[in-house]
Design a protein around this ligand. Structure first.
Ligand code: ADE
Length: 366
């Protein structure tokens, strides 16, 4: 299988080389699940290539194994697939595993790179039979690109127009049978007609502590980092259910273990270094805590609009919605209401506010 990537995903490079790029990390110790350019080579070097090596998402893996086996038996390409869920849970990785298992090439791009009609037409026309086209952030596809995709997905045709006004002609250009894998953090923003053209739609779930500890142990093994099971669990607990964050933290903690200790990641070493990185027991970082504190201290616990929050903490709305909020919602620290965001009593407790504040807040929740 080969990987042709528009944004450098799935192209191997040595992880050690990359760790130097992180040396300024301690100045700004915020670790989020969105992809940062300099982390991509590192991510690529540790991506699993088989379902056995891919940890977690077991229900989805079972479905995919059957779908792949059936497609191979029928000697047909896979149905189009849509993966949705918070960033960092392994949507791109899974697409790579699928391509590997099907024994086909994968072409990786993202919706913002398909701005002009010729971008999407060019990619579709360059595909070969059975290949996989992976479009990340597919909810950001513009209307024109979407309309080019409909007949391509449904009937493997491109409807092209030639000529001007009265002499305009429509040409149906056949395409090879391909599989589209779309990934999105916002399934709700996909248009109905586009969503309906995917044969399989699946949500990726946050990982359990045990699953993340396995991911961490695997990554440490690949990077030759010594780690105890307790050390792996200590990192897992603060990784917000997200393998991408877990993998980044392994590297940060490993730097700390090397410089301050003997290089081995134990529970104490992991906890000490994560405390220094200001990642708390819930895995929250400074931005998350600032967001919750802002709502508590300036807006009496909410509700308050996301635009107001974004302006006050100096983040953009998309980062708050796509990166911070999914985990805060899942952890029960934040609630989304029609009138805005509200913090929960658990958030008050977690941030060390007194019972009196919590009681006041509880009455607001009733
Ligand atoms: N790295 C990132 N996601 C992973 C997963 N699900 N399993 C193993 N390694 C990973």
């Amino acid at each position: 299988m080969s990987i042709i990537s528009d944004d450098n995903k799935f192209t191997g490079d040595s992880a050690q080389k990359d760790s130097k790029k992180h040396s300024d990390f301690h100045k700004n110790p915020v670790i989020k699940a969105e992809s940062i350019e300099c982390d991509k080579n590192f991510e690529n070097s540790i991506r699993p290539k088989s379902f056995d090596a891919y940890i977690g998402q077991s229900a989805l893996k079972e479905t995919l194994k059957i779908t792949i086996a059936a497609a191979k038996k029928r000697e047909l390409p896979l149905d189009h697939l849509l993966f949705y869920g918070p960033p960092g849970l392994g949507k791109t990785t899974l697409a790579g595993v699928i391509a590997e298992q099907m024994g086909v090439n994968i072409r990786i791009t993202s919706a913002p790179a398909l701005e002009r009609p010729r971008d999407i037409i060019g990619i579709l026309m360059s595909l070969k039979g059975g290949e996989i086209l992976f479009i990340d952030e597919i909810h950001r596809l513009n209307k024109v690109a979407e309309e080019i995709l409909y007949p391509a997905m449904e009937d493997f045709f491109l409807d092209m127009t030639t000529g001007k006004s009265q002499t305009v002609k429509t040409l149906r250009v056949p395409l090879p049978k391909f599989t589209l894998i779309g990934a999105t953090t916002k399934a709700g923003e996909l248009s109905g007609p586009l969503r309906d053209r995917f044969g399989i739609i699946h949500r990726l779930e946050f990982y359990t502590e045990d699953e993340l500890a396995q991911v961490i142990t695997r990554t440490a093994g690949i990077l030759n980092i010594e780690i105890t099971s307790e050390g792996a669990h200590a990192i897992a607990r603060r990784s917000r259910g997200t393998p991408r964050i877990a993998n980044r933290l392994v590297k940060r903690v490993s730097d700390f273990a090397l410089v301050k200790h003997d290089g081995k990641i134990t529970e104490d070493v992991a906890n000490e270094s994560l405390d220094i990185l200001k990642i708390d027991n819930y895995g929250l970082d400074c931005t998350d805590r600032n967001l919750l504190k802002l709502i508590i201290e300036k807006y009496d616990g909410g509700p308050v609009g996301v635009e107001t929050i974004a302006a006050a903490i100096g983040e953009d709305v998309r980062t708050i919605e796509d990166v911070c909020e999914p985990f805060l919602l899942q952890a029960g620290l934040l609630q989304r209401t029609p009138r805005g965001r509200k913090v929960s009593p658990a958030a008050y407790r977690h941030l060390g506010y007194k019972d009196i504040d919590i009681n006041e807040q509880k009455s607001l929740f009733q």
